[in-house]
Design a protein around this ligand. Structure first.
Ligand SMILES: [Zn+2]
Length: 99
């Protein structure tokens, strides 16, 4: 009886989610800290350099990286400018009259 000893090498990848981020406002690397308060489901984003601060309501599943990503998206979109850019790029030929 051959006792096969399977060596199961389980390398559990420990997800190293970043906890500090580069600041999109002042451009300082790893200056943005995000604190998450799961009890009230709020995340506070803070830059240690330019002191920019933002508070966001989060979903329970969200991690810092998600919060940061959302915040970044908002910044890039321009959060004070909440106009939906519905670019109706439908260039239909109005009337094609075949000869
Ligand atoms: Zn900053």
């Amino acid at each position: 009886m051959g006792r096969k000893r399977k060596r199961i090498v389980r390398t559990k990848p420990i997800p190293t989610l970043p906890t500090v981020f580069d600041c999109p406002i002042c451009g300082t690397g790893k200056a943005v800290h995000i604190e998450i308060d799961r009890k009230i489901q709020v995340a506070v984003i803070r830059c240690g350099k330019c002191k920019v601060q933002a508070t966001r309501s989060i979903r329970p599943i969200e991690e810092r990286v998600d919060v940061f990503g959302d915040w970044l998206d908002e910044l890039l979109e321009g959060e004070d400018d909440h106009t939906d850019v519905t670019d109706s790029n439908s260039t239909e030929p109005e009337s094609m009259t075949p000869d």
